[in-house]
Design a protein around this ligand. Structure first.
Ligand code: PLP
Length: 401
């Protein structure tokens, strides 16, 4: 067995080294000014990130989880509200819904994209809910929850079918908060408007994560909210700062959810390279698609013609996932599983009463998905090694069979 890493799953060092001087200048500035919380770095990044996403506001926060939690609180989620999301996301999506006071109701996914299925969404609202004459909102028959919001996750860096989701949301009086934590810079065409919209600018609000491994990553924790809604932006600014309207005058209890000057300064530097990095990921994804096209046993990522993905992850599917993953590990190639166990089957959500078989498309995907090395600095010859190792795996299996 070869335990040496030849192609890592992700590389968090190269992009930092390329920008070393600019990044160190941020730290020097904070070191000499002493302005570590709030101040010009935070204000500048918020302005730049809102511009990047095409929204009126962005609010810097200390994680993507907080961004989603604050967005849901500010948009009005309270106890007794059901919030619809996919079961195949990182648990942070579920945690934010619960911590905002809501309860997760899961919707199965589209087998081609792994994003929320609009067919399953419409079906749930039509068949599992009744119409509440008082609020006009759907009531989940099994739990009595009033369904108030949808949180589509732009999984792996591809936007969910926002046209379809917004249409259904409008029909049932629901609001939409995007989980854009994997989708900085992803785009989708909303055909009715014939306009390309950037992730974060489509729902009432959106949450981003700046965790180091994300397409735009800090050198620590970080997150951000985007919205066009003045009231939501104002509320989230207070939520992140103990509900303060003015120092030591608290309109309500909030949180400590601020992002610091060093991280926002670093994010401003990196934001200038994000489009280039995303283009590099897209080129590498296309190259994987071409090189792996002949491997019949694999399903490759499917990209809708109305979307432009930013390939936070490049995820293939195969019936022999575990064997392929072991083979790649033995060859020194890093891989990941996003995510091996759907949320509705996690112990953390046992109390929600879901069972195996409730979301068959998601459950099947969970057993077949494999994330291959993907980062802007991945070199073609490294990618060739990944492809060769995959082809060798299937050739050996065919010879044995
Ligand atoms: C990373 C991620 C989050 C959480 O972001 P943090 O910054 O780690 O809190 C939420 N949702 C999804 C889909 C993510 O990938």
């Amino acid at each position: 067995m070869n335990s040496q890493t030849i192609v890592p799953f992700v590389d968090l060092i190269q992009s930092n080294l390329e920008l070393k001087e600019q990044l160190q200048a941020v730290f020097d500035e904070v070191l000499t000014t002493g302005i570590a919380i709030g101040g010009p770095f935070v204000q500048r990044f918020e302005k730049e990130f809102a511009e990047f996403c095409g929204t009126k506001h962005s609010v810097a926060l200390n994680s993507g989880t907080d961004a989603l939690r604050f967005a849901l609180i500010a948009a009005g989620i309270t106890a007794g509200d059901g919030v619809l999301t996919g079961p195949n996301t990182f648990i942070a999506t579920g945690e934010a819904i619960t911590q905002a006071g809501g309860t997760c109701r899961f919707i199965d996914i589209d087998p081609a994209t792994s994003n929320m299925s609009t067919i399953a969404l419409a079906n749930y609202l039509e068949t599992a809910c009744e119409h509440d004459s008082k609020t006009g909102l759907p009531i989940d028959r099994a739990t009595g929850l009033r369904v108030k919001a949808i949180v589509p996750v732009h999984l792996y860096g591809q936007m969910a079918d926002m046209e379809g989701i917004l249409e259904i949301a409008g029909r049932y009086g629901l609001f939409v908060v995007e989980d854009a934590c994997q989708a900085h810079g992803a785009e989708c065409l909303l055909p009715k408007k014939s306009e390309w919209k950037t992730a974060g600018s489509v729902g009432r609000a959106a949450a981003f994560s700046f965790y180091p491994a994300k397409n735009l990553g800090a050198m620590g924790e970080g997150g951000g909210l985007t919205t066009d809604d003045d009231a939501i932006a104002a509320k989230v600014r207070m939520l992140r700062d103990h509900g303060q309207r003015q120092k030591y005058f608290h309109a309500f209890e909030g949180y400590n959810g601020r992002l610091d000057a060093v991280q926002t300064g670093i994010l401003s530097v990196k934001l200038r390279y994000l489009a280039e990095w995303n283009a590099s990921r897209a080129r590498l994804a296309k190259r994987y698609n071409e090189l792996l096209a002949e491997v019949e046993e694999l399903a490759l990522p499917f990209e809708q013609d109305w979307g432009l993905g930013v390939y936070h992850l490049y995820v293939i599917r195969t019936a022999v996932r575990d064997q392929l993953q072991s083979h790649l590990t033995a060859q020194g190639i890093g891989t990941g599983l996003h995510y091996p166990l759907p949320l509705h089957l996690q112990d953390a959500y046992a109390h929600l009463g879901y069972r195996k078989g409730d979301f068959p498309v998601c459950e099947e995907a969970a057993s077949q998905i494999l994330s291959l090395p993907m980062y802007p600095q991945l070199r073609d010859e490294q990618q060739d090694k990944v492809v060769d190792a995959i082809k060798e795996f299937y050739a050996t299996r065919a010879a044995v069979a």
